[in-house]
Design a protein around this ligand. Structure first.
Ligand SMILES: Cc1cc2nc3c(=O)[nH]c(=O)nc-3n(C[C@H](O)[C@H](O)[C@H](O)COP(=O)(O)O)c2cc1C
Length: 218
């Protein structure tokens, strides 16, 4: 796959089929992940591939409750917008789509074939994200859909670590869980704020001399 296609179409692809992912494909994804940069090339990361049904079912319950709680509190304004906003407003339409996609994942986490957990080291945790993004790009190239999630580590971390048989937060810090499966939908280019709207030149607030009105791919 062309690198631009992977860059422009890799996004939260939560709805996936339950079909298993061959070991050799998972090996390719992890092999791509560990080629990523890390601070001082310390490569202080650990990954845990979960396919066990009992573990996935237990995690689904925690994830689902966590999302319900998050929507009632942190995302309350979004939920209000969905309920009371103008149904023709593009912002409301987008919020409804994101909500439905997030809810689908929460309701079906146990049917996603692979849940991949990732750990970093204290004070070096951010080094995990280039590796995870490389893994997600490699998954796109393999025809897989992924979504990066952090919800399980917002409140119920110890419960999750117990299910995973993982050490308590300390030497290792759990950072994210990526869902992986063969997608039920198609790949589209993500709508975002355009780069000239979020980039400055030389001095904070000084606009760049170019604009990109539309995505430059395809
Ligand atoms: C640090 C981080 C944490 C995220 N956590 C979650 C999560 O817990 N659950 C989830 O469904 N999506 C999660 N996402 C995915 C975002 O919701 C998603 O990237 C965003 O809505 C844009 O969607 P798109 O990529 O499909 O355009 C997370 C993304 C990032 C970068």
């Amino acid at each position: 796959m062309d690198i631009s296609q992977a860059l422009y179409t890799t996004r939260a692809m939560r709805r996936v089929k339950p079909d298993p992912i061959p070991d050799e494909v998972m090996a390719k994804l992890l092999d791509a992940a560990v080629r990523a940069p890390s601070g001082g090339n310390t490569q202080k990361w650990r990954f845990l591939i979960v396919t066990d049904q009992a573990k996935k079912s237990a995690l689904q319950k925690i994830y689902s409750d966590g999302l319900t709680e998050l929507n009632a509190n942190q995302y309350k304004s979004v939920m209000d917008l969905i309920q009371d906003g103008d149904p023709d407003d593009p912002e409301v339409i987008q919020a409804k789509k994101t909500y439905a996609s997030g809810r689908w994942l929460a309701d079906n986490l146990d049917k996603v074939p692979v849940l991949l957990f990732a750990w970093g080291k204290p004070n070096g945790e951010s080094s995990i994200f280039p590796a995870l993004w490389s893994l997600q790009l490699a998954a796109t190239a393999e025809g897989l859909g992924t979504s990066l999630t952090t919800l399980l580590f917002k409140k119920h971390t110890q419960e999750v670590l117990d299910i995973l048989g993982a050490p308590p937060v300390g030497e290792w810090v759990p950072m994210a869980m990526i869902t992986i499966g063969y997608p039920t939908g198609t790949w589209g280019v993500a709508k975002r704020q355009q780069p000239h709207e979020v980039a400055f030149q030389n001095t904070w607030g000084n606009p760049v001399s170019w604009t990109v009105p539309e995505p430059l791919w395809p």
